[in-house]
Design a protein around this ligand. Structure first.
Ligand code: URA
Length: 258
């Protein structure tokens, strides 16, 4: 028979410790907003005093202390990542690296290319052969929103297909092709140079760009993701990474929660 009284007093003790830690870790709402990149302290003061900031759905008041770990903070209805310790990295994945944290086949992984103190997860996937930008984070909420098909942010790809597709084939790409029995959403497609396309999509179906191009008879020879939402960085060399700025994180939040 388990000792329930001991279990419950242990649970109460743990709850009390967690409560105390939370109370001790409260911060002024303006400080949390400024850290999240919403603006200077002064701008954040104005946002709070004009009622544009909500904490757990209720308009915040100037000087209000909040729990950055547990409270939901929104500016104009857009949730703000308020927890300290969240890490956001932009990695330029080289070809041959898999976008998982571990690979049973022993191939190099994206996790090996970024700092390891915090366990970071790739947001969505790029095929092993695909190069380009991928976000790594420990912010599960934002990652979920960014990859969810209904909130999918725009992703831009440079796509080498050997020869320039005919105007009719380009139109099919733009209007949508059938993959797994359903049409792809309309895509933006431009010709960058002979045989090289720029394709912008916001869905994230498995191997979508490669399969779209295969469907019109132009298999992809090289695929590079050059933009995620507003994020791009031509100076970031393959295999290199950098932290996102607070403004960039906020931009992603806006895109994911729009
Ligand atoms: N589309 C693909 O086909 N592959 C990727 O890696 C990303 C988008």
């Amino acid at each position: 028979m388990p000792d329930l009284s001991r279990d419950s007093s242990h649970a109460q003790h743990t709850e009390l410790v967690q409560h105390t830690e939370r109370v001790q870790h409260t911060e002024r709402v303006q400080k949390v907003l400024a850290r999240a990149g919403v603006g200077s302290r002064r701008v954040c003061d104005v946002l709070v005093s004009t009622g544009r900031v909500c904490v757990n759905g209720v308009a915040a008041v100037p000087g209000q202390r909040i729990d950055p770990y547990g409270d939901r903070v929104e500016v104009d209805g857009v949730p703000i990542s308020s927890r300290p310790g969240l890490v956001y990295i932009l990695l330029n994945k080289p070809a041959g690296v898999v976008s998982t944290t571990a690979d049973p086949q022993g191939r190099p992984t994206v996790s090996e290319l970024v700092p390891g103190e915090t366990r970071l997860f790739p947001v969505g996937r790029l095929d092993a052969a695909t190069e380009g930008l991928i976000i790594m984070t420990n912010d599960g909420d934002l990652a979920y929103r960014l990859t969810h098909p209904s909130h999918g942010v725009e992703k831009e790809y440079l796509v080498a297909v050997g020869t320039t597709p005919s105007p009719a084939s380009l139109r099919r790409l733009r209007e949508g092709v059938v993959l797994d029995g359903t049409m792809t959403s309309p895509a933006k497609v431009g010709v960058l140079s002979p045989g090289t396309l720029r394709i912008i999509i916001h869905e994230g179906r498995n191997r979508q760009v490669r399969r779209m191009c295969e469907a019109i008879g132009y298999p992809v020879e090289r695929l590079v993701r050059t933009r995620i939402g507003e994020l791009s960085d031509p100076a970031l060399a393959p295999g290199k990474w950098r932290y996102l700025s607070a403004e960039e994180v906020l931009g992603l939040s806006r895109a994911a929660y729009r």
